[in-house]
Design a protein around this ligand. Structure first.
Ligand SMILES: Cc1cc2nc3c(=O)[nH]c(=O)nc-3n(C[C@H](O)[C@H](O)[C@H](O)COP(=O)(O)O)c2cc1C
Length: 213
């Protein structure tokens, strides 16, 4: 197997009762920081617009808003103040050892962002960053879940001090070891994966060579 860690990574969703959060201190900021340092080595093609404007902003097209376990627990009752019900996000906050909200920065600024080559590359870079983060967690024996974020992707930005110009690409939950009696769900599409032959097409040299060459 070329990359064992890629195969070991898989989606796990821990769903305890939000009223009975899992015990423990969660992950330290140092431990999370080490994983983020690895994730920050992901490729990116274009400096974000804010950096290009010369205000000294970080050049990367992604941003991370990191919540330790205490912050995850503090967020649960605050989500009830929003107009959108938190659903299973509340259960997962009650389980998480840390939550990393990874956003990307559209070119168009506030409001709707348009499909553009630049935005596509920003999203792609942020996606590469998240996958690297998941692999770093897997290497540490830490379970993870990349969620679209539900309520965390919109209304909760105000609670968390996230700028309206950012877009959430992934709410990455990092888990403790699975305790007995806690419901855990896998990724829905895990079992439907196919071999590379199913989504790869080899391009034959004969089909490319110019006639007569
Ligand atoms: C951009 C992105 C968003 C995702 N959002 C969700 C989500 O909101 N809910 C969910 O159940 N899974 C979500 N997933 C995880 C997928 O369901 C999961 O990767 C897939 O079922 C395959 O399972 P595996 O990760 O165990 O291989 C997301 C994955 C990606 C890449």
């Amino acid at each position: 197997m070329i990359n064992d860690t890629a195969w070991k990574r898989h989606t796990v969703k821990l769903l305890p009762d939000p009223a009975q959060p899992l015990p423990g201190d969660g992950l330290s900021r140092e431990a999370v920081g080490a994983m983020l340092a690895a994730a920050g080595a992901a490729p990116f093609h274009r400096a974000c617009a804010a950096a290009r404007a010369g205000r000294g902003d970080p050049v990367e097209p992604w941003r991370v808003h990191a919540l330790d376990k205490a912050a995850c627990l503090a967020l649960i009752p605050r989500l009830d103040t929003l107009s959108t019900p938190p659903g299973k996000i509340a259960n997962m906050l009650a389980a998480a050892d840390a939550l990393l909200l990874v956003t990307w920065l559209p070119e168009e600024g506030e409001g709707d962002w348009g499909a553009s080559e630049m935005n596509m590359e920003h999203v792609a870079a942020a996606g590469a960053m998240i996958q690297t983060l998941l692999l770093a967690a897997t290497e540490q024996g830490i379970g993870s879940y990349w969620s679209s974020g539900g309520v965390l992707a919109g209304e909760a930005f105000g609670l968390l001090g996230i700028g309206a110009e950012e877009r959430l690409l992934g709410a990455v939950f990092l888990w403790p070891d699975l305790p007995d009696g806690i419901e855990a769900a896998p990724g829905k599409l895990r079992g439907q994966r196919g071999d590379p032959e199913r989504w790869t097409r080899w391009v034959d040299a004969q089909g490319i060579e110019a006639p007569g060459s």
